[in-house]
Design a protein around this ligand. Structure first.
Ligand code: SAM
Length: 215
């Protein structure tokens, strides 16, 4: 079973938009206890169970410990806001890549195919303050994705709605072709074949979000 109910958010997004596919390299930010990672592993084939499909990789990072997940590379006890943590992701990625290139599994220029961020601060209950705190995590994740993910990668992030939602949505509109804001598609993807997936923005604090998501 999944470690958290959040698994269903990602499975639902994936079944609608076909984000995950075998062979992809994913970063899962704020991954503990590990449910999103659990959703990704079989779909990107990072456990290698689909013998004829390419093997993906997932690097999962969190402030907190994460129990082992076969097929996932875990970076527990790292604060994503620290540059050292982001450097550690890249270092890990390069090390794995070097091995795979050697074994002839992949070409040498692999970038990430998708960045997930379910990072959330402990909510204070003051919704505007919480909005700004989660927003700064989302912005860092966007920056990381811009620097380290390939052009047609996808981006999924959780944001709690608030005064600056619109401005980050506008930024994302410049960066990605497919953008979903409060369950409405604002920009259509050119196509949503797995290999060519684009991006997302998700506001899960709206309790109606998943009810309304009939796309
Ligand atoms: N997606 C996860 C799953 O499916 O199991 C649930 C993630 S939970 C909603 C949010 C996580 O973000 C927490 O585990 C928290 O420790 C993590 N987090 C918050 N701030 C962080 C930071 N600066 N760096 C890394 N992780 C962070």
């Amino acid at each position: 079973g999944y470690r958290a109910r959040s698994a269903f958010k990602l499975t639902e997004l994936n079944s609608k938009f076909n984000l995950l596919c075998p062979g992809q390299w994913i970063v899962d930010c704020g991954a503990a206890p590990g449910a999103w990672t659990q959703v990704c592993v079989p779909r990107i084939n990072s456990d290698g169970k689909q013998l004829k499909q390419p093997k993906g990789k997932i690097i999962s990072i969190d402030l907190l410990p994460i129990e082992p997940i076969p097929g996932a590379i875990l970076l527990p006890n790292y604060d994503f806001t620290h540059e050292k943590a982001r450097e550690k992701i890249l270092e890990t990625m390069r090390a794995v890549q070097a091995e795979e290139v050697e074994e002839g599994e992949i070409p040498p220029s692999q970038l990430f195919d998708g960045v997930l961020s379910d990072m959330a601060p402990n909510a204070t209950g003051f919704s505007e303050a919480d909005h700004y705190r989660i927003l700064s995590l989302v912005k860092l994740a966007i920056e990381f994705a811009q620097e380290n993910a390939r052009k047609k990668s996808f981006f999924v992030a959780k944001l709690w709605d608030g005064p600056d939602t619109q401005s980050v949505v506008q930024d994302l509109e410049q960066l990605y072709k497919m953008l979903i804001v409060r369950s409405k598609i604002k920009q259509q993807p050119s196509n949503n074949k797995c290999q060519d997936s684009e991006a997302f923005y998700v506001d899960t604090k709206n309790p109606q979000f998943f009810k309304n998501m009939h796309i």
